[in-house]
Design a protein around this ligand. Sequence first.
Ligand code: ATP
Length: 299
Amino acid sequence: MSATVTVRVPAKVNVQLAVGAARPDGFHDLANVFLAVGLYDEVTVTESDELRVTCAGPDAGQVPLDRTNLAARAALALAERYGRRPGVHLHIAKDIPVAGGMAGGSADGAAALVACDALWGTNASREELLDICAELGSDVPFSLVGGAALGTGRGEKLRPLEAGGTFHWVFAMADGGLSTPAVFREFDRLNEGVRIPGPTASDELLAALAKGDAHTLAGALSNDLQPAALSLRPSLADTLAAGRAAGALAGLVSGSGPTTAFLAADAESATAVARALLASGTCRAARVAESPAVGATVV
Ligand code: ATP
């Protein structure tokens, strides 16, 4: 029997996403406060003659199974760096919504990297793994570390943050995805001619996160991409209104959307908000999850 390694990896929500003006390279400088949440994908790797990707789960049909899959790209990057053959079967058990603004693809990239490192015994240092993650995409390093962190640059330069308690979230999944580059293009269009200040993290938000104070955090949640996501998908305003009416402390578009995230006062309230959101008919599914969650971990 061939050896197998499984890695569990969380989704993320951006409790603050401050977006700067477009840089000459087209990217935007960000101040991105990431929080890992307890919705997980699992990536299982097994030795194989050739690189192969399979995926199971409700959104599996939308996941590419070729070498553009971030899990495949991660395996290829590690194999290249260590001069080994990338013969591996990557199976993704997908629970994180696809193209939902919850970094599902990035999560699979980080998970595949940790899994292949363990399977092949490459023993890459944390720094090397983070280096490969940053090459794969802006959100991949955070998927590796989990917890809470401030991402600057394109979001890939990480500083760990303190999260002083459990936060209770509800995520409302929308039909269809939103492309992250399309949302940034809409941000640029909406802000044409506007002077955009350099993005900075909110001190009030960081303090609320460190204290585990859900009420203050709710008041400080912000996402500069929200107007662009709402412009491309106006129906998300109805979902946000339904969640707030159901008793959520606050709601916002998660990252580039179209998933919306609601902060609840406690676990009981989160369950009630999820039920009401589903009943409102303004989303495809509603899931509760707690944060923070640990990053990519061998199980
Ligand atoms: P982010 O929050 O980082 O902007 P997202 O959660 O909105 O990302 P993903 O689920 O990561 O979006 O998927 C974005 C696109 O990436 C998909 O439409 C798909 O074509 C591609 N993709 C590549 N690898 C994967 C993967 N392992 N899982 C899901 N999508 C993937």
